[in-house]
Write a protein that binds this ligand. Structure first.
Ligand SMILES: Cc1cc2nc3c(=O)[nH]c(=O)nc-3n(C[C@H](O)[C@H](O)[C@H](O)COP(=O)(O)O)c2cc1C
Length: 207
């Protein structure tokens, strides 16, 4: 019987692109045999900003069923897959705010020895997908986490071209998440589950 693993997919999304990838990633991890929690970071923007953008307001409604992330989700997880749209080549304040609440857990060593991975979306092709994921991954080094990225470990990675993590070019919100991004999400989720399982089983065998 394979070692059971808990995967938390924790994301922030304004207009739904990253939310779509997050749902796909959660489903993929589940199909790969993991127990999965899909969680969204709390919104920090004022209601007026949300209301000024129909796609944003629509996404708030469409994801109301997804629980807000809590520190318990981090404690529960053997692996965490973080998702955030890019903001000037960096992650969103909303996801960062959640990460910044984790100081106590970090200090207690509770964020170490877990597997971490990330995904993102941008408006444009060179709008900062790699820099956003690398910025996210800076934090993982401080956690003492184990980064599991897709690399070019699957032939499909030579098609989407991003070894750092799943990424989508959303344009002005007019380019929906399609087959290429969904494939990248599946490959990444399966790889996270596989190595989380292997690491957990290996550590358990070590005693
Ligand atoms: C404040 C702000 C900064 C942004 N910075 C960038 C950027 O540097 N590069 C880029 O390609 N897109 C940028 N975008 C566009 C978003 O990353 C893009 O709309 C996002 O991927 C959509 O994700 P979502 O639908 O999950 O919210 C920015 C958007 C906002 C609101």
């Amino acid at each position: 019987m394979p070692t059971p693993v808990n995967v938390a997919v924790i994301y922030y999304s304004s207009t739904g692109t990253v939310a779509t990838i997050a749902r796909a990633m959660a489903g993929d991890a589940e199909r790969a045999g993991a127990h999965v929690r899909l969680r969204r970071a709390a919104e920090l923007a004022p209601q007026a900003a949300i209301d000024s953008n129909p796609a944003w307001a629509e996404n708030v409604t469409a994801t109301a069923d997804i629980p807000e992330v809590s520190q318990d989700d981090m404690a529960w997880a053997d692996a965490v897959i973080f998702g955030s749209p890019t903001r000037y080549g960096n992650i969103t304040a909303q996801l960062k705010q959640f990460i910044d609440t984790l100081g106590g857990m970090w200090q207690a060593g509770q964020l170490a020895d877990k597997v971490y991975s990330g995904f993102t979306s941008t408006a444009t092709a060179h709008g900062g997908q790699e820099s956003t994921l690398l910025a996210l991954y800076n934090t993982i080094h401080h956690f003492g986490g184990i980064l599991v990225t897709p690399g070019y470990t699957d032939p499909t990675k030579f098609v989407d071209g991003n070894p750092y993590g799943t990424s989508h070019i959303a344009g002005q919100g007019d380019i929906p998440v399609g087959e290429q991004t969904l494939t990248a999400a599946r490959v990444q989720a399966e790889r996270v589950v596989k190595f989380t399982r292997a690491i957990k089983a290996g550590l358990a065998a070590e005693g």
